[in-house]
Design a protein around this ligand. Structure first.
Ligand code: GSH
Length: 250
């Protein structure tokens, strides 16, 4: 019924019918947090419907379901769960298929701490991605790019320490999916911040990890192209965010 590339519902819209037997994701096609949830659903082959919502004109019924007003949220019957990490843990526990969280509690804790440390790279990333280019001096751009790359170095160190191709070990696990969405966006950054290139001399393991992740079927199924990210960014910077770039092409 409601696919991942459907149009985004806005304020004043009517909520589409919800199948009580099926999981529904409240999503926004360009949200990296919601992407975490979708990747886990795809990987575990959980059937789901998607309701895409506009975040600049949020439907009233969406705010009733998630008082934080953020995507992702999931609904199964009367149950509503929000916050990306909470949704993926729930899905991993409740649905069959490959278990993505590590069974060992210490490994699980190490993975979660790594995700927290990775998020320190996000403030400079967002400043560069959504800051008005006319208000960012070349010096600031270089400084923030450097800051982002320096904070990402924790990931290179983790792969070195773990001596495995994925953060989750020899196969792709939850920690990999929790980090991945921002890399699709980081790969689009050199178009407007040429300093934001992951130099394989410094980030050899991370670059190989990106190549492996790009082969994953869930990642491929939901991937947004660099061109579409740049188009989304352009529309947002112009103050008229276009959530329906992909939907309008369907
Ligand atoms: N901590 C939340 C963050 C989710 C989030 O910030 N989502 C953004 C879109 S990428 C959002 O819904 N923003 C709408 C708003 O803050 O009003 C999570 O992990 O799910």
């Amino acid at each position: 019924m409601n696919g991942i590339n459907t149009k985004h519902f806005e304020t004043g819209s009517k909520c589409p019918p919800i199948d009580p037997e099926k999981l529904t994701v409240y999503n926004m096609r360009y949200c990296p947090f919601a992407q975490r949830t979708i990747l886990v659903l795809l990987k575990k082959n959980v059937p789901f419907d998607t309701i895409n919502v506009s975040l600049s004109k949020k439907p009233e019924w969406f705010l009733e379901r998630n008082p934080l007003g953020k995507v992702p949220a999931i609904q199964i019957g009367d149950k509503i769960i929000y916050e990306s990490m909470i949704t993926v843990d729930y899905i991993d526990r409740v649905y069959g298929g490959k278990t993505l969280n590590p069974k060992d509690p210490y490994q699980d804790a190490l993975d979660r701490m790594l995700i927290e440390r990775f998020t320190l790279a996000l403030p400079p990333h967002y400043r560069l991605f959504y800051g008005q280019p006319s208000e960012i001096t070349p010096e600031q751009r270089k400084e923030w790019s450097q800051e982002m790359l320096d904070k990402l170095y924790v990931l290179e160190e983790a792969l070195l320490e773990r001596q495995t191709p994925y953060f989750g070990g020899d196969s792709l696990m939850m920690v990999d999916y929790m980090i991945w969405p921002w890399f699709e966006r980081i790969l689009a950054m050199p178009a407007f911040a040429p300093e934001c290139v992951l130099d394989p001399k410094r980030f050899g393991r991370l670059v190989k990890w990106i190549e492996l992740m790009e082969q994953d079927s869930a990642v491929k199924a939901y991937r947004v192209t660099t061109e579409d990210f740049l188009e989304f960014r352009r529309s947002k910077l112009e103050g008229n965010t276009n959530y329906n770039i992909i939907a309008d092409r369907q």
